[in-house]
Design a protein around this ligand. Structure first.
Ligand code: GAL
Length: 677
């Protein structure tokens, strides 16, 4: 099976989306000059080129793309060639309105932007297959081609009649009979029983709260329907180029795709990440997405397909990245396993919806601060490539995450609309990140035996196989820490008797779960050692140790955190310091150690291959005490017996002096450090 290494060939790829069809061809020569200057090795071409390649149905204009591919090859730039199927040309919607998506109200989603296709439309699929076939046939042997990029950020949802027919086929495959569907969806409630398959429709606008199992299955179906589109195009390109890796870019922690299932179908897992420069914890968010993507890639190298060199254009207030932040986040991705650091996009557009979105080469041009920083990153990645490309990142703590559990929590009639699954996952990852642990992500049914500690921030819905996996992991010597609102429902969103799976209640030593007590936004509850927010639970301990109790409010005196041996249950969301301490204690007991102890706040340490990366996410310079002798492969400087100075947003990539880069990671960088972040 092809892999990212087939495209990188021992380098860390550097580049971005390249949309030269927006520019006169005279500009291309300037692009080549500046790409060389910046150290660009890879560009993604054709993502939104459908109307240019197929200006009217069946017509092909490949001339410009032929010239472009040749030009890039002549300049030593590899091409990640995209199928253009994310943005059908206006002629498709005009001639074939059935290809346009309908929203929950039945309203048409028109052309005029992008991604206006219904994944279930046979007409859309036929056009997409045809253009993919011709593209693959034409460029299969082109020497510039290094990878295929299918579509772009699959995200379109549709509720049309064609989708309804497709949904019924999907449900028939899942349940076999209407009776089984009725049972799984609990349609005895509110007279929702279906008599025939034809009565089943996508969950469109309705009078009041809709059936949550229906909504859940529609999420599953939509992810699968889009995946069918991906597979169809992937199979076409793979037939032409069996040794060229194939990817499609995920959006970060996005609810629309079950990325565990999708990643299993890709040769290369890639993601687009846009931390908000205004967010003081943007570095933690970047780390989370890196950890999740690397884990989807089986712990091996992954591709940062898109990030912004500066500002985006889609937040309420779009701040550029301050000097150094682009470099910091790019090198952080490499430290956490990326073998490709790419951007949206190479040259900033002068027209269209993204003319205020930054690029590697922004409106300010090659003299601008952004381009100068891009050039520096390109040079540093060239130096880092031989040190890290193809290497793995070790993690002995895993965070459990499952899209189906997420979908289950997002239902309309739930105990609290204030609980947002991604926020809870992020809070738990933050606690581990600040505690200095390198984390992986895992699905609750994965083999967890390689991890010393596993945490489940929130898994509302768990299959029997997942429950048994968690129990077996803990009985096998693993440490499990679960957050609130976990193990509540089965795969069909049927509440488990007792409000939590009985095997899990036994595991945590919970006697009775009397009630869920969600907290209002801003409301807190005092517990031993921390403050809780968002949620609390009226629990009675069974044979568990009470680690912390509620100290005020209705639940005063009742257990907040329970522990039975290696299984911990946390029934609220502790404040950041509290959660960090709690997970730190559990990790220490499990033998999971931080990469480096005693780092100043905001300083991150990660080992990859033979290197120890130390990254300062703070806005102030900082010093980290170092014992031993190292060489910083970014600067060539020797770091020996003293302090490692990191400027604001500074990064060091340390190799133990005397090692050739392929050996083990540096042994010890001392505790302590001074300064604030
Ligand atoms: C991504 C998309 C790119 C570009 C970028 C802007 O979602 O794939 O085409 O729109 O966002 O941030």
């Amino acid at each position: 099976m092809p892999a990212l290494g087939d495209a990188t060939r021992g380098r860390v790829l550097f580049g971005g989306d390249y949309n030269p069809e927006q520019w006169p061809e005279e500009t291309w020569a300037d692009d080549m000059r500046l790409m060389k200057d910046a150290g660009v090795t890879s560009v993604t071409v054709g993502v939104f080129s459908w109307a240019r390649i197929e200006p009217r149905p069946g017509v092909r204009d490949f001339g410009w793309l032929d010239r472009l591919m040749d030009l890039l090859h002549a300049h030593g730039v590899g091409v990640v060639l995209a199928t253009p199927t994310a943005s059908p040309p206006p002629w498709m919607g005009a001639r074939h309105p059935e290809t346009l998506p309908r929203d929950e109200d039945g309203r048409t989603v028109w052309w005029g932007s992008r991604q206006q296709f219904c994944a279930s439309s046979p007409t859309y699929r036929a056009y997409a297959a045809a253009i993919t076939e011709d593209l693959a046939a034409r460029y299969a042997d082109h020497p510039a081609l290094t990878m295929w990029h299918i579509n772009n950020e699959y995200c379109t949802h549709c509720w049309c009649d064609e989708t309804a027919r497709h949904f019924r086929r999907w449900l028939t495959a899942r349940y076999g009979t209407v009776d089984a569907l009725n049972e799984a969806w609990g349609t005895a409630f509110w007279s929702q029983r279906y008599d025939t398959w034809d009565e089943v429709i996508p969950p469109r606008r309705a009078q009041y709260i809709r059936n949550p199992a229906h909504l859940l299955d529609f999420r599953r179906f939509t992810s699968d329907a889009l995946l069918e589109c991906f597979r169809a195009e992937r199979d076409i390109v793979a037939r032409h180029t069996p040794r060229t890796p194939v990817t499609t870019n995920f959006m970060p922690l996005w609810s629309g795709q079950d990325a565990w299932a999708w990643a299993a179908e890709e040769d290369v897992v890639s993601v687009d990440v846009y931390p908000d420069p205004k967010d003081p914890l943007g570095g933690q968010y970047n780390a989370l997405i890196a950890d999740m993507t690397r884990s989807q890639a089986g712990g091996g190298p992954w591709m940062l397909m898109e990030q912004a060199a500066g500002a985006v254009n889609w937040r309420a207030v779009n701040r550029p990245k301050p000097a150094g932040l682009n470099r910091l986040l790019s090198l952080q991705a490499v430290a956490r396993g990326a073998d490709a650091v790419c951007y949206f996009q190479w040259r900033q557009s002068r027209q269209g919806a993204e003319k205020f979105h930054s690029a590697m080469l922004p409106h300010a041009g090659e003299q601008g601060r952004t381009f100068r920083e891009v050039r520096r990153i390109g040079a540093e990645l060239a130096a880092l490539g031989p040190e890290v490309a193809g290497t793995r990142v070790a993690a002995d703590v895993a965070v459990l995450h499952d899209w189906h559990a997420w979908w289950g929590t997002e239902q309309e009639g739930r105990p609290s609309r204030e609980v947002a699954y991604p926020e809870v996952v992020r809070a738990w990852h933050r606690a581990l990140w600040e505690g200095g642990h390198t984390t992986a992500f895992a699905h609750p049914e994965h083999d967890l035996s390689g991890y010393r500690m596993v945490v489940a921030p929130q898994l509302y819905l768990l299959s029997d196989a997942a429950v048994e996996n968690l129990v077996a992991y803990t009985e096998g010597g693993g440490t499990l820490v679960c957050g609130f609102w976990t193990g509540v429902a089965d795969e069909d969103d049927r509440i488990r008797p007792g409000g939590m799976d009985e095997r899990l209640r036994a595991l945590f030593g919970i006697g009775t779960l009397h009630e869920w007590w969600p907290l209002a936004r801003g409301e807190t509850v005092t517990c031993d050692g921390f403050t809780g927010s968002l949620w609390s639970e009226e629990l009675q301990a069974g044979d568990a140790e009470v680690v912390a109790a509620y100290r005020d409010g209705e639940l005063a005196g009742l257990p907040a955190v329970l522990r039975r041996g290696r299984a911990w249950y946390v029934s609220t969301l502790p404040d950041p310091d509290g959660l960090r301490d709690l997970l730190g204690r559990a990790a220490a007991g499990a033998g999971a150690r931080p990469v480096l102890g005693g780092l100043p706040p905001g300083v991150e340490a990660v080992r990859r291959g033979g290197l120890l990366f130390v990254l300062n996410h703070g806005r102030e310079p900082v010093e980290v005490a170092v014992r031993g002798a190292y060489r910083d492969v970014l600067t060539g400087a020797t770091v020996a017996g003293g302090a490692l100075a990191l400027e604001r947003y500074g990064v060091a990539a340390l190799r133990e002096a005397g090692r050739d880069g392929s050996g083990t990671a540096p042994g010890y960088v001392g505790r302590g450090g001074s300064g604030t972040a």
